[in-house]
Design a protein around this ligand. Structure first.
Ligand code: PAF
Length: 281
């Protein structure tokens, strides 16, 4: 595995692979790698000749300075994990390498980027689009892999890809969970033991709500989920949206669209956890 830190070196390395006619899969990450990332890398490994993984804690997508400050940084362990997964290139640049000048681009991606995370974290998706578009331009991958835990992020990146007229395939990958159901996340290490015990109830309630939804309205299901989760100590739902899985706009009736998803964000102590579940697909 080559560890590359400079943009020009990355571009030259992928250019050489492309001249050999090789397909390239990209897995963008912010490091603090876990089993969820590994599943993206393993899938990219199966589907491409060359796998590039970027490990870059992108400051422009953090609207909360404290979140950026406390985000786990585990560069050495990340490199070891990627080596073990048979990655060809780990791209581990500094902020100055990626942003030699401030990126002032503003993306207008419409309603898909304005709800949920877009509403709660102003500027977050703009920062995601800045870094992901830069990575796409550097690597020009055939496929790029993203986890469905960040369900809205995938919809936003698809909208950006369409707007920029890019040819690559966006590959969504299923959420990977701990044995007790908690979605794997780099932020999980920040949960106190007390909070870690109750956090799996997010997914337990979401799963049970699928049954509940069969005999209740969208509004009733929404309120039931919020009440159940808020009943636990140290947990507070920030938002729960039952929405169209493509447009991410809230639905009123289960029959409004064939693909209905519930997207939730819960404060577990001071850690913000995100998860989702499909109601109709
Ligand atoms: O999902 C993430 O880890 C980040 O938002 C991404 C896509 C790597 C961009 O920094």
């Amino acid at each position: 595995m080559k560890i590359i830190t400079k943009v020009d070196e990355l571009k030259n390395a992928v250019k050489a692979y492309r001249h050999e006619g090789k397909t390239i899969g990209l897995v963008p990450t912010m490091g603090a790698l876990h089993g969820g990332h590994k599943s993206l890398v393993d899938r990219a490994r199966r589907e491409n000749d060359v796998v590039v993984v970027s490990v870059f804690l992108n400051p422009t997508q953090f609207n909360n300075k404290e979140d950026l400050r406390t985000y786990p940084r585990t560069a050495e362990a990340d490199a070891a994990l990627l080596e073990g997964c048979g990655v060809d290139i780990a791209f581990m640049p500094t902020v100055a390498d990626v942003y030699p000048e401030p990126d002032n681009r503003v993306f207008h991606l419409g309603p898909v980027a304005e709800v949920m995370e877009g509403a709660m974290r102003p500027g977050h998706f703009n920062g995601v689009c800045q870094i992901v578009s830069k990575l796409f331009a550097m690597v020009e991958p055939d496929r790029a892999y993203f986890g469905e835990k960040d369900f809205q992020q995938i919809a936003v990146i698809r909208a950006m890809v369409e707007q920029l007229g890019l040819k690559l395939q966006i590959v969504p990958c299923p959420v990977v969970r701990e044995d007790d159901g908690l979605a794997k996340s780099s932020r999980n290490v920040r949960l106190t033991p007390e909070v870690r015990k109750v956090a799996p109830n997010i997914y337990r309630v979401l799963r049970e709500s699928v049954d509940y939804s069969k005999t209740h309205t969208v509004a009733e299901t929404h309120d039931w989920v919020v009440e159940q989760i808020n009943a636990y100590p140290l947990m507070e739902v920030e938002y729960f949206s039952i929405c169209d899985g493509r447009t991410l706009q809230p639905v009123d009736q289960w029959t409004d669209t064939p693909y209905v998803v519930g997207c939730i964000t819960v404060y577990c102590g001071d850690v913000r956890e995100i998860d989702n579940i499909a109601y109709r697909k």
